[in-house]
Design a protein around this ligand. Sequence first.
Ligand code: ZN
Ligand code: ZN
Length: 285
Amino acid sequence: MNRADQKMQEYLAKHPFLQETAAVQQGVAQAIRNAVSPMEFPVQEEIKKLTQEGLPLLQNEALQEKIGGAAAESLPQALTELLAVAVPEPLAEALQTFAKWAGMQPGEKLWELIRLVITQNDEKLNVLLQAEGLQGTVVRAVIWQLVDVLVPVNLKDYEFWQKLGWTRNYCPVCGRQPIMAHLRKEKEGRARFLVCDGCHTEWPFARVGCAYCGNEDLTKMHILEPEGQSAIRLDVCDKCHAYLKTYNEEGEEGIYLQDWATLHFDLLGEEQNLIKKGSVLLESK
Ligand SMILES: [Zn+2]
Ligand SMILES: [Zn+2]
């Protein structure tokens, strides 16, 4: 077992309520990795050119076709692998329905579904899901997991995007809003990075202000700190009422930058009727 796995084991032993979720997460991730491998992306210089006007890579037509095509091709096999993972009952049923459906569709239909998911076209996606009797949460989760594996690890690194100067409030790779933030110690004070729930890319962003609505008025922002916990805090915007779960420390990114492993911190936001954004399980707007 490597160091990161060991840390996760220790963390789960202290948070037994997360164990079932962890087993599902890890089983699903492994099943998808059995079905697909990371794709080759353009080199750094080329990526710099492609993204300099603010267009995320997966919203570039050629790249979208390449990644989406690969995802469509491997979807039936990924779903077959997923059926072997032990998951709780309602999820198992939705997966079976999805697998059976995907096994009968022509490639163009799978590609259409994937395109609607990765362009976050919820309106058209919901029409298709309803017509085909598919469950949105499961469809979104499976397709984003596929995309996550297809994106090479070097593109997910915050240093890559720091070098390229991407500082927008959406993911440079897939275009999603962030799910979490990370405050890192840099040479001069601390810097903030945002994390994508779709492809797990991390990129730099302004140190203060709301990452969702652009509010920069600090009198309209506040912080919620869970009692007795320093690793995670919630940055709350009083303008749009969204909160951003923020990891304050360093060294346990494998745990604290995972939405599922820090779900208990979302309770604090839920109790105050605040809005959670950026999750692959939710609609984008
Ligand atoms: Zn992303
Ligand atoms: Zn806001």
